[in-house]
Write a protein that binds this ligand. Structure first.
Ligand code: PSV
Ligand code: MN
Ligand code: MN
Length: 388
């Protein structure tokens, strides 16, 4: 049996980072459905993130996306976040929304455009210095649409050169999180398409470069928990971008489409002793709430990650090891499924009560009046940056 007191301690100590862009309006390339009360500024996104933390107790940092969250004074922005009880998490770069990047950013055949993109990465490290952020999160939309359009191998060399510059600019406590994505917006070949490519670049760079797994960025049927296990073994797993997908990069709420997959991922995290914030994995959400109300949806996502984690912590590891060593296939599988099929909501309610929180954060948010207040106060909210 798992030690319940230890499980509760681990759940209380868990940390999940929210993305600033999830609080803004978003949509698909077909339509953005504007919602009332969405933030009009980075400060208001941070205020909403602080509210998510207030009701969940486990979301004390918010990731920024530059230039979506551009301000004149980043130090002041960091201080503002601190005044609301949260910190600035990963700084996400954006080298995908400029006409210059049609043929790529850091892998563009034009050296001038590569310079511009690389300078943006360096600027992001300046912002990390000013805000106290540890993580530089890099996602490149770079790739090509047609065979022969550009030289696949030269593009890897250009990517490596830009990563090297950014890496060398990092402070001692800072690191790179390199995200991969199978396809989109490039359709024939993406320059960082998979964890193997990201991993190889990270190894080339040095210890401060680690892989970010965005759960929505794989081919259907990919065994993501295997990737987690492998990267943990290599000490190169730095972060997650959690979200759900039914088809491609759907960015739906984490744990909504496939809670069993999220459980299997979190089991590998627990198995690898990597849940504790001291281990250093940044468990981020990267989602868009196109049709549902944003703040309660983000709270719901945090709870979904917590539920998957609680189930993972409840796995009877001794019984599992015994069954595995005995070659008892059915018993090993049922040990895992017993944990997955446990209703952990009462356990999490206890953890929240112990932290002085309402056991039901979504209901508590609805009762708080915050949603009505922002709807009344905020007119003309911002788009997250997607789906114009
Ligand atoms: C790309 O699809 C991605 O997952 C990257 O993390 C971006 O920075 C993010 O989406 C923006 O929503
Ligand atoms: Mn992502
Ligand atoms: Mn994505």
């Amino acid at each position: 049996m798992a030690d319940l007191a230890a499980v509760k301690r681990a759940l209380a100590a868990q940390r999940i980072e929210t993305p600033s862009w999830a609080f803004g309006n978003s949509g698909t390339r077909f339509k953005v459905f504007a919602q009332a009360g969405v933030p009009r500024s980075p400060q208001e996104k941070i205020a909403d993130a602080a509210v998510v933390h207030k009701f969940t107790g486990v979301a004390p940092t918010v990731a920024l996306h530059i230039p979506w969250d551009k301000v004149d004074d980043y130090r002041a922005l960091g201080e503002y976040a601190a005044s609301l009880g949260i910190g600035i998490g990963a700084i996400n770069t954006n080298v995908f929304q400029d006409d210059d990047y049609k043929l790529g950013s850091v892998t563009n055949p034009d050296a001038g455009i590569r310079r511009k993109a690389t300078d943006h990465l360096l600027e992001a490290v300046d912002i990390m210095d000013a805000t106290g952020s540890r993580d530089l999160k890099l996602w490149f939309s770079d790739g090509i649409n047609y065979p022969g359009q550009d030289d696949l191998r030269n593009r890897q060399d250009r990517l490596a050169a830009a990563l090297r510059e950014a890496y060398d600019r990092l402070g001692d406590h800072q690191r790179i999180l390199l995200e991969y994505k199978l396809f989109e917006p490039a359709f024939y070949a993406t320059d960082v398409p998979d964890w193997g490519t990201s991993y190889a670049h990270c190894v080339e760079l040095g210890e401060k470069a680690t892989v970010c797994i965005d759960t929505g960025h794989h081919a259907p049927g990919t065994n993501i928990e295997f990737i987690v296990a492998f990267l943990l073994r290599q000490k190169r797993l730095g972060a997650f971008d959690f979200n759900s997908r039914f088809y491609a990069d759907d960015d739906l709420m984490a744990g909504a489409a496939d809670p069993f997959q999220l459980f299997r991922i979190m089991y590998e995290i627990v198995r690898g002793d990597a849940l504790d914030p001291a281990y250093g994995i940044n468990f981020m959400l990267d989602q868009c709430h196109n049709i549902e109300t944003k703040i309660p949806a983000i709270i719901r996502s945090v709870l979904n990650v917590q539920e998957a984690t609680a189930k993972a912590l409840l796995v009877d590891r001794a019984a599992l090891t015994r069954a595995q060593n005995d070659g008892n296939v059915l018993e090993a599988n049922s040990v895992l499924m017993d944990a997955y099929n446990t209703d952990v909501r009462p356990l999490l309610a206890e953890v929240r009560a112990d932290l002085g929180l309402d056991p039901d954060p979504v209901r508590a948010y609805r009762r708080s009046g915050y949603q009505e207040r922002i709807v009344a106060e905020r007119v003309g909210g911002q788009q997250a940056g997607w789906g114009a």
